[in-house]
Design a protein around this ligand. Structure first.
Ligand code: HEM
Ligand SMILES: [Cu+2]
Length: 561
C-alpha cells in the first residue's frame, strides 16, 4: 500500500483516508492521541524504569554477595528494596503489558481506527512519567523504606515525606490504570468491526478484557488503603494506629485485596501474548480457544477471593486459612488449563525457533517452576514455615521475572516488525535469550534453598552460613543485567537499519497483520472483514477477501530463512 505524502502533524482524522503517513520521532514526545503512539510511549518509558529498577537489584545483589553490610548503607538498601519492587511491578510489568501492548494491539486486532476515548488514553499515559518521577524524587527525602507492601506501623514511622511521595506515586499509577481499563472495556465492546464475533476475538483481547474488569474492581480498594495511610502519616488520623484504636491488619486486607489480583493484572496480558505468539510460530491452531478465553475470566473471579493467603501469619484464624488455602489452590486449575493448551498447541507443531518463540518456551518452563512453588506456598502449613524467607523471593521472581518479563520480551520480538516496520536481528535475540535464561535461573533457583534453610528476606546482612549460595545468586544477577545489552543494541539498531518487515512477516492471521508495518495513522485504508477464527493455521476452506486476510496457508516466511 502506498500513501500520499502529508506534512507531519497534519489533521489526525481526515474524511478521505488517503493522506496519512507514519508519525515522526518527535511526535512520541507530545500529547499524541493515536493508540499506536501511546503504546510505544508506554513500552519505551516503562523499559527505562525497568533498567532503573534493575540497577537497584544489581546494587542489592552486590551488597548481598557478602554477609556484612559493606556496600550500601542499610537505609539505602531498604530504599532500593522498596523502590525496586515498586518499580518492577507498578512502573514496568503492569503498564508495559496493559498500557504498552494493550494500547498498541487491541484496536488493530479488532479492526478499529483507535481506542474509544483517545484523549483519555493519552491522559492515562501521561500520568506514568510523573508517577515515576515522584518515586525517584523520594530519594531526596531518604527514599520510602517500608517495602513495596508498606505495612504500617513501619510505613508510618520511617522517612515520612518519602513515604508520602511513594503513596502519591502509586495513586497516580493506579488512576492511570483505571482510566486505561475503562477505555479497554468500552473499546472491546463497542469498536470491533461488525464482522468480528466474540469467538473470533484474538485471545490477547480476551485477556485484556478480563484484566480491565479486574483492575476496575480491585484498584479503587488499594487507593482507599493508601489514602488512609497518607492521612495517618500527615494529618494525625489513626486508621492503622493500634495505640489510638486503629487496626494494622485492616491495611493488609485493603492492600492485598488489590495486590493479589495485581499478580493477575501482570500475568493475564502476558498469557494473552503467549496465546498469540505460540500458534503463529508453531503454525497450528491454538488448542482450546474457548478454554483459554474463559479461563481468563475464571482466574479473575477466583483471584478476587484468595488475598488472605498473604496473611496466613497475620493472626488469621485456622478456618479462614483453610478457606483461603482451598481458594488459592483452585486458581491453579484455570491456570493449568492454559498451560495445557499451549503445550498441546506446540505438540506436533511446525515450530519455528524464532526469538519470540524461544522466550515463549522459556516462559513456560519458568512459570511452571514458579507455579509449583506457588502451590506449596498457597498451602497454609508450608507458608507458615517459609513465610518471609527467600523461598518467597524465589517463588515470586520465577512467576514475575520468568512469567512476565519473558512474555514481554516474546511480545517485543513478535510485534517489533509491526511497530517499526523492521525485523529484529535473530542472532542477537538468541544471545539475549540464552543469557536471560541462564542468568534468571542462576539468580533465583538457589534462593529456594536459601529460604528453606531459613534466610530471611528484606535484610542487608545475614548469617555467614548462607554466604556461598548468595555468591551464586549475585553472579546470576550480573549475567542477567548483562543480558539486556544485546537486547538494547538489537532494538535500537534494528529500529533504524533492520531488514524491512512488510505487512505480515510471520504470516500470521490476526487482524493487526493485515495492514502496513508500521500501520498508517488510522490503521487501515479500508477496514478489514473477518471471515474466520484468528488461529486457523493449516486449515482449509476459508476464502480470502480483499485484504488477503484468510488466504490459504502461507509458505514459510523469508524472515526466519
Ligand atoms: C521484572 C522483574 C522483577 C520483578 C517484578 C521483581 C519484583 C520484586 C519484588 C516485588 C520484590 C519485593 C520487595 C519487597 O519485598 O519489599 C523484590 C525484591 C528483590 N528483588 Fe526483584 N524483581 C525483579 C527482578 C529482579 C532481578 C533481575 C533481581 C536480581 C538480579 C532482583 C533481585 C531482588 C532482590 C535481591 C530483592 C530483595 C529480596 C528481599 O530481601 O526480600 N529482582 N523484587
Ligand atoms: Cu497472592
Amino acid at each position: 500500500m502506498t500513501q500520499a505524502e502529508v506534512p507531519v502533524g497534519s489533521q489526525v482524522y481526515t474524511e478521505h483516508h488517503t493522506t496519512h503517513k507514519a508519525w515522526k520521532w518527535y511526535d512520541y514526545f507530545t500529547f499524541n492521541i493515536d493508540h499506536k503512539v501511546i503504546g510505544i510511549q508506554y513500552l519505551v518509558t516503562t523499559f527505562i524504569f525497568y533498567l532503573i529498577g534493575g540497577l537497584m537489584a544489581v546494587a542489592m545483589r552486590t551488597e548481598l554477595a557478602t554477609p556484612d553490610p559493606d556496600f550500601l548503607d542499610p537505609n539505602l538498601y531498604n530504599a532500593f528494596l522498596t523502590n525496586h519492587g515498586t518499580i518492577m511491578i507498578f512502573m514496568w510489568i503492569v503498564p508495559a503489558s496493559i498500557g504498552g501492548f494493550g494500547n498498541y494491539l487491541v484496536p488493530l486486532m479488532i479492526g478499529a481506527r483507535d481506542m474509544a476515548f483517545p484523549k483519555l488514553n493519552a491522559l492515562a499515559f501521561w500520568m506514568v512519567p510523573p508517577a515515576g518521577l515522584l518515586l525517584m524524587g523520594s530519594f531526596f527525602f531518604g527514599g520510602a523504606q517500608a517495602g513495596w507492601t508498606s505495612y504500617p506501623p513501619l510505613s508510618e514511622i520511617t522517612a515520612n515525606t518519602a513515604q508520602s511521595m511513594w503513596i502519591l506515586s502509586l495513586v497516580l499509577a493506579g488512576t492511570s490504570s483505571i482510566l486505561g481499563s475503562v477505555n479497554f472495556v468500552v473499546t472491546l465492546v463497542k469498536m470491533r468491526v461488525p464482522s468480528q464475533k466474540w469467538d473470533q476475538l484474538p485471545l490477547f483481547c480476551w485477556a485484556i478484557f478480563a484484566t480491565s474488569i479486574l483492575a476496575l474492581v480491585s484498584t479503587p480498594v488499594l487507593a482507599v488503603g493508601l489514602g488512609l495511610l497518607l492521612f495517618d502519616i500527615n494529618f494525625g488520623t489513626a486508621f492503622f494506629k493500634p495505640e489510638a484504636g486503629g487496626q494494622v491488619v485492616m491495611y493488609q486486607h485493603l492492600f492485598w485485596f488489590y495486590s493479589h489480583p495485581a499478580v493477575y493484572l501482570m500475568i493475564l496480558p502476558i498469557f494473552g501474548i503467549m496465546s498469540e505468539v505460540i500458534p503463529v510460530h508453531a503454525r497450528k491452531p491454538i488448542f482450546g480457544y474457548k478454554a483459554i478465553a474463559y479461563s481468563s475470566l475464571a482466574i479473575c473471579l477466583v483471584g478476587l477471593f484468595v488475598w488472605v493467603h498473604h496473611m496466613f501469619t497475620s493472626g488469621t484464624p485456622p478456618w479462614m486459612r483453610l478457606f483461603f488455602t482451598i481458594s488459592t489452590l483452585i486458581v491453579a486449575v484455570p491456570t493449568g488449563v492454559k498451560i495445557f493448551s499451549w503445550v498441546a498447541t506446540l505438540w506436533g507443531g511446525k515450530i519455528r525457533y524464532t526469538s519470540a518463540m524461544l522466550f515463549a518456551i522459556g516462559l513456560l518452563i519458568m512459570f511452571v517452576l514458579g507455579g509449583l512453588s506457588g502451590v506449596t506456598l498457597g498451602t497454609a502449613p508450608v507458608d507458615i514455615h517459609v513465610h518471609d524467607t527467600y523461598y518467597v523471593v524465589a517463588h515470586f521472581h520465577y512467576v514475575l521475572f520468568g512469567g512476565s518479563v519473558f512474555g514481554i520480551y516474546a511480545g517485543i520480538y513478535h510485534w517489533f516488525p509491526k511497530m517499526t516496520g523492521r525485523m529484529m536481528n535473530e542472532t542477537l535475540g538468541r544471545i539475549h535469550f540464552a543469557l536471560t535464561l541462564i542468568g534468571a535461573n542462576l539468580t533465583f533457583l538457589p534462593m529456594h534453598e536459601l529460604g528453606l534453610k531459613g534466610m530471611p528476606r528484606r535484610v542487608a546482612m545475614y548469617d555467614p552460613q548462607f554466604a556461598h549460595i548468595n555468591v551464586i545468586c549475585t553472579i546470576g544477577a550480573f549475567i542477567l543485567a548483562f543480558s539486556t545489552v544485546p537486547f538494547i543494541i538489537n532494538a535500537i539498531w534494528s529500529w533504524r537499519y533492520g531488514k524491512k518487515a512488510g505487512g505480515n512477516p510471520w504470516n500470521a492471521l490476526t487482524l493487526e497483520w493485515t495492514t502496513d508495518s508500521p500501520p498508517i495513522i488510522e490503521n487501515w485504508e479500508v477496514l478489514p472483514v473477518v471471515t474466520h477464527g484468528p488461529y486457523d493455521y493449516g486449515m482449509n476452506g476459508h476464502s480470502a477477501n480483499g485484504n488477503g486476510y484468510g488466504e490459504a496457508i502461507p509458505p514459510e516466511p523469508s524472515a526466519t530463512r
